[in-house]
Design a protein around this ligand. Structure first.
Ligand SMILES: Nc1ncnc2c1ncn2[C@@H]1O[C@H](COP(=O)(O)OP(=O)(O)OP(=O)(O)O)[C@@H](O)[C@H]1O
Ligand code: SF4
Ligand SMILES: [Mg+2]
Length: 338
């Protein structure tokens, strides 16, 4: 795994270091905080999975890094990428970072592809917007990228429109588009959720092999812990706008530190015997306007004690490269056996 070393220190410094990132939206009556002091980091070439149930703040955190939130959002905290501060970076500079250094792909490629232009045209324009050069060179680069993402007959397919491609092929086109300027970091927000299972695993394999080939870092946003297990080196778990655990992947799957992480692992299909019903964490993620006092997970936590409804836990480093937000983490033993 490649990593940037801080000059003179010999210590690998993160490519992306997010500290206390908060996002609040101005509503009609009140300001609602939907991401609250989120912190996570990743090194060059590494993959970080961000997991959590719907509404936990995964997408908003990713969009905040890239300045893609609506004007009603107020973003605070720090996100240093390759030595540059992304939070509140001027729009023009951030556009430059977005095209050249960090790319994002979403769940539904049709929302990002323009139906009225050929795929070749869109790929070549994405390249020229950031790198300049001739149309001819950009078209050659577009064909090279289609080949790289496994689209047969790339030269011919450059002249086709997005609707001529199947869902899985469109996602490959989006991946080609996001990688055309060789970013150092790719953020993939549920990139396979809209696809059927076979295509999902093909796209995951493709992303894994491209990452190895191109040496880029990835943030993988997903509900699916199976995907995290197969693609990621580190995992950050989000709950109700907060990061509640960050761990290297092996430790996380064998010994989660937070009761919510343990609940997520326990509700994976692999955790139940054949014929047994899937287990679920009772209750739902509270909306940002109804966050409970104390630990945000306390209404759903089987380990909650009186202090949990009074004290809001901090994200605490455990000393072995892991972090957890639970006042009882040292006394709980949450081994997962499968
Ligand atoms: N533009 C917005 N204005 C106000 N609130 C928003 C806006 N965008 C998102 N939210 C709120 O922020 C919270 C986090 O949303 P987010 O989309 O980040 O969740 P998520 O973890 O990505 O969920 P999912 O798994 O469903 O994609 C939600 O409560 C959502 O309603
Ligand atoms: S702080 Fe308390 S309620 Fe929250 S996760 Fe830990 S034990 Fe459960
Ligand atoms: Mg989302």
């Amino acid at each position: 795994m490649a990593s940037a070393a801080a000059p003179g220190s010999g210590v690998a410094r993160p490519l992306l270091e997010v500290t206390d990132l908060s996002v609040a939206f101005k509503g009609h009556k009140e300001i609602v905080t939907v991401v609250d002091h989120a912190s996570f980091s990743l090194r060059a070439g590494e993959t970080l999975g961000i997991v959590g149930e719907s509404g936990s703040g995964k997408t908003v955190s990713s969009l905040a890094l890239l300045g893609l939130l609506p004007a009603s959002a107020r973003v605070t905290g720090s996100a240093t990428f390759d030595g540059r501060q992304l939070v509140n970076m001027p729009a023009r500079k951030l556009r430059n970072v977005r095209g050249n250094d960090i790319s994002i792909i979403f769940q539904e490629p049709m929302t990002s592809l323009d139906p009225s232009f050929t795929v070749g045209n869109q790929l070549a324009e994405a390249y020229r917007n950031h790198r300049g050069g001739s149309k001819r060179a950009a078209t050659a680069r577009a064909a090279e990228m289609l080949r790289l993402v496994g689209i047969p007959e790339p030269q011919r397919r450059l002249g086709e429109y997005p609707h001529n491609f199947s869902g899985g092929m469109r996602q490959r086109v989006m991946i080609a588009m996001s990688l055309i300027c060789s970013p150092k970091l790719l953020i993939a927000d549920e990139p396979t959720t809209a696809l059927d299972v076979t295509i999902q695993s093909q796209i995951l394999e493709l992303l894994k092999s491209l990452q190895a080939e191109l040496g880029m870092a990835m943030i993988f946003v997903t509900h699916d812990l199976g995907v995290v297990a197969s693609v990621c080196d580190q995992v950050s778990v989000m709950y109700a706008g907060q990061v509640i655990e960050q761990s290297p992947i092996d430790d996380f799957f064998t010994r989660p530190l937070h009761p919510y992480s343990a609940g997520l692992l326990d509700s994976m299909p692999q955790s139940v015997a054949k014929g047994e019903r899937l287990r679920m964490i009772a209750g739902t993620v509270p909306p940002p306007s109804r966050i409970p006092v104390g630990c945000r997970f306390n209404p759903r936590c089987q380990y909650a004690v009186e202090a949990c409804v009074v004290t809001a836990p901090d994200l605490e480093a455990t000393g072995d490269g892991r972090e957890v937000r639970c006042i009882r983490h040292a006394e709980l033993s949450l081994e997962i056996s499968r």
